[in-house]
Design a protein around this ligand. Sequence first.
Ligand code: DGY
Length: 318
Amino acid sequence: MKPVLAITRRLPEAVEKRARESYDLRMQDGDDPLSRDQILDLCKDANAALVSVGDPIDAAFFAALPQKVGIIATFSVGTDHIDLAAAKANGFVIGNTPGVLTDATADIAWLLILGAARRASEGEAEVRNATWSSWRPTHLMGTQVTGKKLGIVGMGRIGQAVAKRARGFDMEVHYFNRRRLPEDQEFGAAYHPTINDLLPHCDFLSLHCPSTPETRGMVNRNFIAKLPDGAIIVNTARGDIVNDKDLIAALKSGKLTAAGLDVFAGEPNIEPTYRDLPNTFLLPHLGSATVETRNAMGFRALDNIDAFIAGREVPFRV
Ligand code: DGY
């Protein structure tokens, strides 16, 4: 008899195929977000669970989860949807998928930088809505990216991949990280020991830190005030790092030229004002959304589950 695996969302075809070969799957028919109780119901005779970003894997979930489940493998590198302390207290193992989404996410950060700087949303809307009247010398003038200063908060794998790409744009790159990196991982970027030191050096600021009690709401009025006037912020990390009210005020006042956002607090129910602002470039959390990356994430999640079930060390244990 195969072990039972509960899966909360539809997975890429190749990943579901591999999962089906080794496990008896418990899945919903559709692809809607499930409530805590619905996930618990899927898990009731499971040996393992594969969950996704946004699933409510909180303390109440762990309190009600049968011990038989053993491992919760998340289809993500981020674990902010999981109460790790409750998992530990209740004896559950957690696995995640680091490393495989670095390039895809760095590419999306660059799409946001370029899209926000070059007013891509406004331009695309004109072409789609047939409101483009003519080529004009003053039409939708954006901000030059080449040669500007890029600041990176969080120089982990994704921050480094963003810095590496910035070299192609002849940018001066600056970063803040909890510790200074060895020189070969800095990609020529200048280290700043505090965020306050970094901020004045950012024509563009790209966020790559996890959502933690220290970073939640970090991008607020005081933070934004330290950026040069007209700076552009992009976020591919987590939405709750940003104070929406303060970011919107800065976008309205012109303190910031634009923002490119792939992640939002409370997504998909985003702060509606973002949609009304012409100087936002918005994506629905697509950082890792390539076929290659999503397959790799799924395989990594299954590697974690396979190892746990076989009694081996979980390769990407949180
Ligand atoms: C993650 O893995 O945490 C990402 O946000 C998914 O794109």
